[in-house]
Structures are given as structure tokens and as C-alpha cells.
Design a protein around this ligand. Structure first.
Ligand code: HEM
Length: 136
């Protein structure tokens, strides 16, 4: 799987993961908890160029919702994801990758989600961050 260029997210019995978690509020909470941690982490915060993280928050929320089977608002606002290309200007080495993953995992831990959902998201994020790493 590339880091999100294809649509995905079929969960059990034909339902999408987006539906299984109850739709957009879950992704808003996941990304909200994640970016609160980014804001408080000097190493990771330094990677994000914009002083205002709200637009970034919105983009990641819409992207994840779309990726996991929700509406295609991300594509309509931003065009094709092409995530590797969109991350090429940010220095993502092992430290940044691990911090990103740690904050996302901590945010996910706070949410009410089934073991299947947790596992699917965990696997996706682990593969995704490594695919976006562009520094040794
Ligand atoms: C599975 C892992 C990841 C996913 C799914 C992801 C997804 C995204 C998305 C959808 C955007 C907005 C792109 C746009 O529309 O312009 C974005 C932006 C960004 N990402 Fe990631 N990303 C991941 C990992 C990382 C990592 C590991 C870092 C570095 C620590 C990182 C740093 C950034 C930065 C600095 C931006 C710019 C903020 C913005 O404009 O949204 N990302 N990412």
C-alpha cells in the first residue's frame, strides 16, 4: 500500500472503517488529539511550517476520512493526495517518523475503537510513515 494514494478502508462485511467508527467525528477527534501533541512537541512542531496548525488539522482529517471510505472532500479541496510528493520538502527522518507515530498512537489510545479498527489504523500509520520518510 502506498501512503494513501488509493482509496481503501474496507472493514468487515463490506462496511467501511469510516462507517464502523461512526464517521467524521472519530477522525476529528483522532487528528485533534494528534495535533495537540504536535503543538507541544518542539522536535515535530519545527517540521510544520505554518504557525497556524488548523488548516493542517483539517487536511489530515479530510484525508483520513476519505481514505477509510468517507466522502471525497479531501480530493475536492486538495486534488489527488500524492502524499510522498507533498512531504518531500519536510525533513522526515527516523526521529520525526517515530514522533509522528507515537503521537498518533497516543491519540488513538484515547478513543473508543474496536481492536480491529485499532489494528487496521496502527498498521496503516506504521506503513505510511515509513513510506514518507525522506531522510536517513
Ligand atoms: C501515515 C502517515 C502520514 C499521513 C497519512 C500524512 C498525511 C498528510 C496530509 C494528508 C497532509 C496534507 C497534504 C495537503 O493536502 O497539502 C500532510 C501534510 C503534512 N505532513 Fe503528513 N502525513 C503522514 C506522516 C507525516 C510525517 C511522519 C511527518 C513528519 C514528521 C509529516 C509532516 C507533514 C507536514 C509538515 C505537513 C504540512 C502541513 C499541512 O500543510 O497539512 N507527515 N500530511
Amino acid at each position: 500500500m502506498s501512503a494513501g494514494d488509493a482509496a481503501g478502508g474496507e472493514a468487515a462485511a463490506g462496511a467501511t472503517l469510516y462507517e464502523a467508527v461512526g464517521g467524521l467525528p472519530f477522525f476529528e477527534a483522532l487528528v485533534g488529539g494528534f495535533y495537540d501533541r504536535v503543538e507541544a512537541d518542539p522536535v515535530l512542531r519545527a517540521v510544520y511550517p505554518d504557525p497556524d496548525l488548523r488548516p493542517a488539522r483539517r487536511r489530515l482529517t479530510l484525508f483520513l476520512a476519505q481514505y477509510w471510505g468517507g466522502p471525497d472532500d479531501y480530493d475536492r479541496e486538495r486534488g489527488a493526495p500524492r502524499l510522498r510528493m507533498r512531504h518531500i520538502d519536510f525533513a522526515i527522518g527516523p526521529a520525526e517518523r517515530d514522533a509522528w507515530l507515537r503521537h498518533m498512537a497516543a491519540s488513538l489510545d484515547e478513543l473508543d475503537a474496536s481492536p480491529e479498527v485499532r489494528e487496521a489504523l496502527r498498521r496503516y500509520f506504521e506503513m505510511g510513515v515509513e513510506a514518507l520518510r525522506n531522510r536517513d
